[in-house]
Structure formats: C-alpha cells, structure tokens
Design a binder for this molecule. Structure first.
Ligand SMILES: Cc1cc2nc3c(=O)[nH]c(=O)nc-3n(C[C@H](O)[C@H](O)[C@H](O)COP(=O)(O)O)c2cc1C
Length: 90
C-alpha cells in the first residue's frame, strides 16, 4: 500500500546530502509513494532541495512544487511556517 504523501528532507553537508538519506532515496520506488514533499535546512545553500527532488523524480515519484526551507535549525517562527506548509499540502 503506497504512502499518500511522504514528507522527506535533510540538511546540506559539504554540498551534498547525508549518506543515509541518499540510500533511503535510492531504495524508494514509485510504487511506495503517491506524492512527495521536500524540505531542507542549511547555512546558505538550498541545493539539498534540488538533490532530493531530482532523486525522487528519477524514481518516477511526483514531487509537490512547493518545498520548505529553513536557514539553520528552525526557530519558533520557522516552525510555525513549517506547520503551515504541511497543512497546506495535506
Ligand atoms: C559538516 C557540515 C557541513 C556543512 N556543509 C554545508 C554546505 O555545504 N552548505 C550549507 O549551506 N550548509 C552546510 N552546513 C550547514 C548545515 O546544512 C546546517 O547547519 C543544517 O541546518 C544542519 O542540520 P542538522 O543540525 O540537523 O544536522 C554544513 C554543516 C556541517 C556540520
């Protein structure tokens, strides 16, 4: 039974994503997930968003156009924005 909506994300480390996240993405199949939504944190770059999105797209998994990004770990306001983002997509 596929997941209706998978929220998936991670930070950027030395211009790449974490190896565990990479392996998880590689193992995902389009039969597992109907749609995905992507989020990330980092110091500066939003590159993790495109790395995660392209991996999902390559697997044939539809990705929500809108993603969520936080510069650094989310604080109170960004957590509220993250909550609003998830509610919007559900
Ligand atoms: C080893 C390391 C490498 C990082 N490399 C980048 C980077 O290339 N670009 C960037 O914008 N942020 C970089 N960052 C910042 C992290 O993406 C950012 O702190 C993120 O919010 C960390 O999330 P976490 O605390 O959940 O691990 C790096 C952080 C660490 C610790």
């Amino acid at each position: 039974m596929p997941v209706d909506l998978l929220f998936i994300g991670g930070a950027l480390y030395a211009c790449g994503i974490d190896g565990h996240l990479k392996a998880f993405l590689k193992a995902l199949k389009k039969e597992d997930v109907k749609r995905a939504a992507v989020f990330s944190t980092s110091c500066i770059s939003r590159h993790a968003l495109s790395l995660i999105k392209s991996s999902l797209t390559e697997a044939g998994i539809p990705v929500a156009e809108e993603s969520f990004y936080s510069k650094g770990r989310p604080d109170g306001r960004q957590l509220q924005e993250a909550e609003a983002y998830t509610k919007k997509l559900l």
